[in-house]
Design a protein around this ligand. Sequence first.
Ligand SMILES: Nc1ncnc2c1ncn2[C@@H]1O[C@H](COP(=O)(O)OP(=O)(O)OP(=O)(O)O)[C@@H](O)[C@H]1O
Length: 363
Amino acid sequence: MNVAVLISGGVDSAVVVHRLKEAGHDLHLFYIRIGMEGTDIHGGDCAAEEDIEMCTYIARKYGVPFDVVSLHNEYWDHVMEYALQTIRKGLTPNPDMMCNKMIKFGFFEERWGHEFDRTATGHYATTDTIGDTVYLATAADAVKDQTDFLAQITYSQLRHLMFPIGEMPKALVRETAVKVKMPNASRKDSQGICFLGKINYNDFIKRHLGTRKGPIIELETGRKIGEHNGFWFHTIGQRKGLGLSGGPWYVVKKNVHDNVVYVSQGYGTEQQYGRTLHLGEMHFISGDPWPGECVSKRITFKNRHMPEFIPAVITRLDTPGEYLVESASPIQGIAPGQFGVIYDENSHLCYGSGVITGQNVIL
Ligand SMILES: Nc1ncnc2c1ncn2[C@@H]1O[C@H](COP(=O)(O)OP(=O)(O)OP(=O)(O)O)[C@@H](O)[C@H]1O
């Protein structure tokens, strides 16, 4: 097969190259450059240059063509804009998810990927075919599983993708890299394309949204216990960076209109811990798993990037695209704007995701 390999300079995609080459495929490697001209949010683009050098070395080692392609404007127009708009509304964005959908598998596929039989990445994910339908499925290494970042991709994107290391535990990926003398075998994980998802983006938000002081109020007592620099710096469930003494304090609610951040201590009350998630704009990657009645179907889910899959039941609501997820155990940090990712009961198939809507952000 002719395979386009998305390579980052990190160990995972390097091992993808090795495995595919061993399996006899014809490869073409691509590094996607995002490059933040003028913004310098992680100390220039040195990290990218190092990553590209690593990719060049790997391409030479395996004797395969390698191109650096730029999706800088597309990243800015789609992922950055989405992130800023979401934050402005008091919601929590998931730039990694948008980056996969719009950039890695969106514009890349449209411009370059479609010329190949498949596009391969080093994501920790797998696929499973049931009948004629292909499903996104979880990785062998549950802790490294990245299906929650992929749960917004389309069916045609999924059909074209390959995840050659999805069946391998991370330790085996590293071992393989050492064995085949990959120069990045012991390198720490790459910067990744979607740095917005990886950095503490306070500086970035400050540059774009500025600061505006407002009160921090204890939810139960209504007592003002501190000041913040703008609700947009705070996320529901957040514990660090509040600058309050006598904690731990958690952000439990925001009033966007009045620029108020509400906090509470400990994780004991129903306000801090919800048991239900309201999801809107539900996206099922491989079609609706419950095309008939959908009442209290057993599932597992994630409400952010985390290793555990939480058991729950899901019910379709009357409004199209809206679902209610009810968990037996309390759910920490339900942040409106984030995605609730839906899996089958055994946490094997990833059905898709919906946007979390909620009462704890007042617009
Ligand atoms: N700048 C980039 N250009 C092309 N592909 C990329 C880039 N960044 C990431 N990818 C692809 O997306 C996959 C997952 O990226 P992620 O940022 O999660 O990195 P990772 O899990 O640390 O993987 P790696 O070790 O390969 O960097 C990578 O394995 C690679 O296939």
